[in-house]
Ligand binder design. Structure first.
Ligand code: SAH
Ligand code: SF4
Length: 370
């Protein structure tokens, strides 16, 4: 592969890379090659959203989960986790704080719960947020797989965006990461249903999974294109000691740097291939290196999701080990992030909902329907 020519082609036009070229970029390892890759991706990011970062205040609403994903620290069978569910009014108060602090948007995330009571509980929160902000504070839900009518109900309540990672686009690899009653097909159907209901749809994968090849990661990026995904939240797998997939794999310095590297490469190649989607520099990058999220931004991401959950709950929402900032409150996170972002010469888009340029484009630039 002639790297400068491939990077030039990718910068000029989205979808220009072949699957083989995508895989070859993901396999790059020399520091100079990686620097060139990240520089190119950053240039594409700047062309689409400038030297700006959008914020989503992340509210980790509860760690009760009916699922048993083999990699996740809050899986149902992890008896070591003390379960919590934050009261609806308290969730709304956190969203009010985000609105006052000019975050522009919030993400409400939790373990997966499917029940009529939960459906109503979430809808009431979404309605209250829409009411106090006059619809200005954009709400993203990340509450796992639900029936189509539940997604519809939440959309009607005022939710605009939904995040549901496919985790991997390979059905075989998916099977190796989940118990047999977890269905790849259902996850896919959920993504399609969300799209049909007019949500701005986010998805993502984990990189650096046991047994995962660069060919599979390349297919993940093709999958995002085929599903016409608007936003991407993805990150490297971090082995959690109290899970079947993570037990016995200590998070050594060598593993940290390998996982960070593949996570950054996925961001960069996603940016070079898809161009105009929103891509988050997810918190997991910071679990691997103190400056992980800034490096994600410099590799082509344009979204940060600072945690705004009250500090008392953060410790209990541990999907992976070494989660950063668990003893900080939301105000401290705000100050720290501003400095970090300014430190790399970028500016935070305070008070803006930060719609995905891809979404606006596919909707004919009609922000009013967002
Ligand atoms: N229950 C919801 C949302 C919370 S989980 C859902 O599953 O969609 C959010 C994401 O955390 C998952 O999609 C998964 O990609 C990520 N995650 C879980 N365990 C992880 C681990 N050990 N390392 C890295 N990411 C992990
Ligand atoms: Fe539950 Fe989501 Fe964790 Fe799976 S990844 S166990 S659905 S919280």
């Amino acid at each position: 592969m002639e790297l400068p020519a491939v990077l030039r082609k990718a910068r000029e036009k989205r979808f220009a890379l072949t699957p083989q070229e995508i895989a070859a970029l993901l396999a790059l390892d020399a520091d100079a090659d990686l620097a060139a890759l990240f520089r190119s991706a950053y240039a594409v990011k700047c062309a689409h959203s400038g030297k700006n970062v959008s914020l989503r205040g992340l509210i980790e609403m509860g760690n009760v989960c009916a699922k048993n994903c083999l990699y996740c620290g809050i899986r149902r069978d992890n008896a070591k986790v003390e379960r919590f569910s934050i009261a609806g009014d308290q969730v709304v108060r956190m969203a009010e704080w985000a609105y006052r602090e000019r975050y522009g948007s919030v993400v409400i995330q939790s373990g997966e719960v499917e029940s009529d009571e939960h459906t109503e509980f979430v809808a009431a929160i979404v309605r209250k947020i829409a009411a106090f902000s006059g619809g200005e504070l954009s709400v993203t839900l990340s509450l796992g797989e639900q029936r189509g009518e539940v997604y519809r109900y939440w959309r009607e309540a005022g939710a605009r965006r939904y995040l549901l990672r496919i985790e991997t686009s390979s059905p075989e690899l998916y099977r190796s990461l989940h118990p047999s009653d977890h269905s790849f097909r259902r996850r896919l159907e959920c993504l399609r249903a969300l799209r049909e209901l007019g949500y701005q749809v986010g998805s993502g994968v984990m990189s650096g999974l046991p047994g995962q090849s660069v060919g599979q990661l390349a297919n993940d990026l093709l999958f995002f294109r085929d599903l016409d995904i608007d936003m991407i939240g993805m990150g490297p797998f971090v082995p959690h000691p109290d899970t079947p997939l993570g037990a016995g794999t200590p998070l050594s310095a060598e593993l940290r740097s390998r996982q960070l590297r593949i996570g950054l490469k996925m961001i960069a190649v996603a940016r070079l291939y898809l161009h105009d989607v929103n891509i988050a520099a997810t918190t997991v990058l910071q679990a691997l290196a103190p400056d992980g999220r800034e490096r994600g931004l410099l590799a082509g991401a344009n979204v940060l999701m600072p945690n705004i959950t009250d500090a008392e709950y953060r410790e209990k929402y541990r999907l992976y080990p070494d989660k950063p900032c668990i003893d900080e409150n939301a105000g401290q996170c705000r100050g720290c992030l501003s400095l970090r972002v300014a430190g790399i010469g970028e500016a935070i888009l305070w008070g803006q909902s930060g719609d995905s340029p891809h979404y606006l484009r596919r909707c004919g630039n009609r922000a009013d329907i967002a």
